[in-house]
Design a protein around this ligand. Structure first.
Ligand code: MN
Length: 233
């Protein structure tokens, strides 16, 4: 049987050990640091909730490179959200919290870029967030560091600077739902698979960027991810 047209090429993200990890799906956790949840209008330890981005929304940034995204269409309020990203090496359903870490291939720094004005309008109308969250180039990501090298990342600073000014500060220990709990909860709703990425949520201090701004996100043990916002195309 012939195919009607060539299938899209797999989406690949560089790894810190010089290979490439093929991306399956991108899951994102909402409001997963207490201070950010409060700045977005939530209260305490509400159950985690999820949204998704298409796999080809990733913008892979190799070690030592500066990533580039175009200022996206339709928005006047493009927000940065620095996040710990978990990449899975194995999947399954109903994964126990105690077993979750065995499913992790590694960790990366990611940006959950958000057209906040569109997301807020959708929230107000009770409509899906996709147009605010799941658009082209909305998921820059740095190299994925194997858990074999980093160990489990349970604590450590996560920060984001814009043009050298600190905007976001947090600690992985302050995740409301930690990585293992997140994997377990996700696996009750979806069949997880190798290559799934999980953007685990952002600490307080989200805000707008403009064309010409450089975002520098850092996580202890994972280095820094630099991304330049280019003019709209
Ligand atoms: Mn986010």
């Amino acid at each position: 049987m012939t195919v009607v047209f060539e299938p899209a090429r797999p989406v690949l993200v560089p790894t810190a050990d010089g290979r490439q990890l093929p991306v399956h799906r991108i899951y994102c956790v909402g409001r997963n640091y207490a201070e950010h949840a409060i700045e977005m209008g939530a209260t305490g330890r509400e159950p985690p909730f999820f949204f998704m981005k298409p796999a080809d929304a990733v913008v892979p940034v190799a070690a030592g490179e500066v990533g580039r995204i175009a200022y996206p269409s339709l928005t006047k309020n493009l927000h940065h959200e620095a996040e710990l990203v978990v990449a899975l090496s194995a999947g399954g359903r109903n994964i126990a919290v105690a077993d979750a870490a065995r499913h992790i291939w590694g960790y990366a720094i990611g940006l959950d870029m958000t057209r906040r004005d569109l997301q807020n309008e959708m929230k107000k109308q009770g409509r899906p967030w996709d147009i605010g969250k799941s658009y082209d180039q909305s998921a820059p990501i740095g190299p994925i560091h194997p858990i074999a090298a980093t160990g489990e990342l349970l604590r450590g600073a996560i920060t984001l600077d814009v043009n050298g000014q600190r905007r976001q500060t947090g600690d992985l220990a302050d995740l409301i739902w930690n990585v293992n709990e997140t994997i377990a909860t996700l696996s009750q709703a979806w069949t997880l698979a190798p290559g799934d990425l999980i953007y685990t949520g952002t600490p307080a201090g989200v805000g707008a960027v403009q064309a010409g701004d450089t975002m520098s996100a850092s996580i202890a043990g994972l280095g820094t991810l630099e991304v330049l916002v280019m003019p709209a195309e």
